[in-house]
Write a protein that binds this ligand. Sequence first.
Ligand SMILES: [Zn+2]
Length: 591
Amino acid sequence: MVRLTFLLLSLAAAPLTVALAQAPNAPRALPAWTPAQTQEILARTQTIRLAPDISHLSAGERTAVQKLIEVGRIFQQVYEDQRHHQALAAKARLRTGSPEATLYRLFQGPIATTLDNRRLPFLAVAEPPPGKNVYPLDLTREEYDAYIAAHPQRQAELTHLRSVIRRADRTSLTRDLDVLRRYPVLAMLHPGLKQRLQALSAKPNRRELYGLPYSVAYADQMIRAFGLLNEAADAVEREDGEFARYLRNRARDLLSDDYESGDAAWITGRFKNLNAQIGAYETYDDELTGTRAFYSLNVLARRPQETEALVKGLRGLQDVENALPYDRRKRVREDIPVGVYDVVADFGQSRGGNTATILPNEAYLARRYGRTILLRANIMRSPEIFSAGSSAWAAVVAPEFAPHLTADSQFNRTLWHEIGHYLGVDRTRDGRDLDVALAADANLLEEMKADLVSLFSGRKLRESGYYTADQLRSLYASGIYRTLQNNRPRRDQPYQTMQLMQFNWFLDKGVLRFDPRTGRLSINYDRYPDAVEGLLKEVLAIQDAGDPARSDAFIKRWTSWDENVHGRIAKAMRDTQRYRYRLFTYAAMGE
Ligand SMILES: [Zn+2]
């Protein structure tokens, strides 16, 4: 998994007030921001226009791209609606090109993340509840859990990844039954749903809840998307049959809310020039229970030479696995579906500065078909994005180390991080799933493992000729860059916490040395491989044992923060940071 980064742009402002209808019991609307508040964000926002060369695409592929973009625009609206019940109404009142419209685009809705990391409405809308707009606005976690506990036989219906929760009031039931009448295909694809809703509507009661599949909740949009995906498939049918089949399967998935057929076609298919992530996958936006997926779509154009070189590099994957510092051997597949792509357009949950994607998340699908890795080269190799990182780097290392960090090394480190998720311990020695055994810290340890496998594999890949000596040194520099923090991490931030742990380990093992006189870091590359191996050994051993007490002690031991060291580095990094937000625009969408 990869952290999301924020988006960017700027202009002057006029105040905007909108009166929006309030749902019963919904939090009260706050006043809209002043022009100065809006401007403060826009001044720290950088716009990045993605305009990859897609001249190698055939006419049919270009038609498919436009159809996929149309689906993306539909998903964008659904995504904004999922995140805030007043988003689309507020958006409709915005003047095109106004500063507020830019802010809305930046945050994909009416809620901004401020410079001091708070989330506030900037238009006159309510503060969103944790469950956003995929649960009743007044539903609490307690009421939801109690309802599920009282109806254990309906667990699957009430917790489905791709369903909204509704109160069984007359308005909701009438509307949802009407959808099933208008679209018999949806009633057909969700056996029993109509009968369930009819039974509830005999005696409507707000205290009763029901789960409604996304395809029914967003029926008009998904029916249109179904048609457009089939048109996209028609356009590439003759030249890229496997991609066409994936699109047709996924079109049906959007109506059934069961993605298995599309995911299988996506992961195992061998496509020509295009790829696309289509549908609701990630659950980060659901802060009530973390179980609901939000819509995303991206259109990706393959970089054929880079992808080929990468696939060759992966042939030594079993050797890397065999060299890992733990004693349980496993066979790994060397034909991992992985590709290097340019982002042509991006919508909804996946929009932004993501550097790589590995999907799907569901364990049963990953076990059966694997997972696909999509590397986003025009993000990772963007000169504008890279230059922000390299100036922060130059501000904290001694001058001779500054040129070692390269865009290429960031790319390699990210790639092998994703591959790192495939290697090493995947269950405890006694056969438990890691997230069950290690609970909240499972994610932290898994991400640290992936980081360390990426660095550990460097030596092997140098031996096999995959890296040059300079590339290996740059990979190591990138590994250090990754551990630098511009703020003290909170314990509930798994990525930042495990990065701080690596930094402290490197200091302890003499890989890093902090000069209190200059306030800068030096790197001893000779000590690097052993230090990485030592830490990776610890992480693999903790995963293997699945012991949360040991894991907690390990995390405590390595997360110290010294204002005279960490604090000075953090401040030096913050001082170089001109932009806090990035706004992406897409040439393929006429932007
Ligand atoms: Zn990861």
